[in-house]
Design a protein around this ligand. Structure first.
Ligand code: ADP
Ligand code: DAR
Length: 371
């Protein structure tokens, strides 16, 4: 089956097998990786035997192993080092993706992702009613639109199609979700930078995404939707086709979660999201599979931050990830940290929120009792 919309098919680069040019790049990349001291999961799991088994394969979108591992070859300091170039990659290159997914998400080969379950969002209240510690709360999901590959294999038309479909969907959002779509193509640089600095908008592709061929045709087909008070937002065309998020100042997790559920359900009435029974909602990066939920707080924990080894130990105990307040690959500033659930595959949406909620509750106790 070929996908006329897909770049690779349009290039007609051959049926079902990687081209000699791709094979040469793969061999050179594998040798570079093999001779490096990279500690990425790609390096650890891609043996020569597995490489030889996978290097000729292509998906029906014409994605190759190179499309998946090029970022990990370019960036030897990657943690993971691999992305799915299209949704089929999780099957075609399963021998490489499976062990990485199982180790990262602590799931087994036979596990199946539970059905979507948002639970009673009224369970979650305000973690910090006085506002002494939690600066803001955000819950985000990633979604893939059926029929399209991911970034490395997308055509300029694909980006435009997805953006056009979403602009129609956004017009139908009402009440608390009503707002405007803001394409990056029309956005003055200073407005873009301010939205990034205020934590609403994604940064321009980092080196990992650049090397994964995720930034071609930029900024075509990229943009951000937000409602009147920027508490419901949708990123279009960044790392995933869609990043859907709800956020607000303070620690009212229940309000943030309820708004996300309402937004996702509204968008889901029109857009077919890609999912399967093993991995739930499929995403470009395997670290985001399953519920795709990252529920985070920006929290002032200067005392815990004074001993990062101990702070990390506490975060690990509650399956929390510590990031800087400017997002991934950023450092904390002024004792404010981004704390979020680490697990998103193998549990329900409700359980992800419960895990974050319970973990942050313990973190607050520890910060309050720290000397
Ligand atoms: P993602 O959450 O989609 O993986 P990042 O971690 O890069 O993406 O965060 C994207 C943006 O969202 C960054 O500007 C980051 O500061 C902001 N952000 C994440 N969590 C929160 C939060 N709880 N409150 C405010 N901004 C947040
Ligand atoms: N470059 C990837 C990042 C993995 C997780 N972050 C994402 N998906 N934004 C790595 O292998 O480090």
């Amino acid at each position: 089956m070929s996908h006329p919309k897909c770049r690779k098919c349009a290039d007609k680069c051959g049926k079902g097998k990687a081209s000699p040019d791709v094979l040469a790049k793969l061999e050179a990349g594998f040798e570079k990786l093999e001779n490096s001291n990279s500690t990425s999961m790609l390096k650890r799991f891609l043996t020569r035997e597995l490489f030889d088994k996978l290097k000729f394969k292509k998906t029906s979108f014409e994605s190759t192993l190179l499309d998946c591992i090029q970022s990990g070859i370019e960036n030897l300091d990657s943690g993971i080092g691999i992305y799915a170039a299209d949704p089929e990659c999780y099957q075609v290159f399963a021998d490489l993706f499976d062990p990485i997914i199982e180790e990262y998400h602590h799931v087994s080969r036979t596990d199946k992702q539970p059905a979507t379950d948002w639970g009673p969002s009224t369970t979650f209240g305000n973690l910090d009613p006085k506002g002494d510690y939690i600066v803001s709360t955000r819950v985000r999901c990633c979604r893939t639109m059926k029929g399209y590959p991911f970034n490395p294999c997308m055509t300029e038309e694909n980006y435009k199609d997805i953006e056009k479909q979403m602009q129609e969907v956004f017009k139908g959002l009402t009440k608390d979700l009503a707002g405007t779509y803001n394409p990056l193509t029309d956005m003055p640089k200073e407005v873009q930078q301010r939205l990034i600095d205020e934590h609403y908008l994604f940064k321009e592709g980092d080196r990992f995404l650049q090397a994964a061929n995720s930034c071609r045709y930029w900024p075509t087909g990229r943009g951000i939707y937000f409602n009147k008070n920027k508490s419901f937002l949708v990123w279009v065309g960044e790392e995933d086709h869609l990043r859907i998020m709800s956020m607000q100042p303070g620690g009212n997790v229940g309000e943030v979660f309820k708004r996300l559920i309402s937004g996702i359900n509204e968008i889901g009435k029109t857009i077919n999201f890609v999912s399967n029974e093993r991995f739930g909602y499929l995403t470009f990066c395997p670290t985001n599979l399953g519920t795709t939920i990252r529920a985070s707080v920006h929290i002032k924990t200067p005392k815990l931050g004074a001993d990062m080894a101990k702070f990390q130990e506490l975060a690990d105990k509650y399956h929390l990830q510590i990031r800087g307040a400017a997002g991934e690959h950023s450092e904390s500033s002024a004792g404010i940290y981004d704390l979020s659930n680490k697990r998103r595959l193998g549990l329900t949406e409700y359980q992800c929120l419960q895990e974050m909620y319970d973990g942050i509750t313990e973190i607050l106790k520890a910060e309050k009792s720290a000397k």
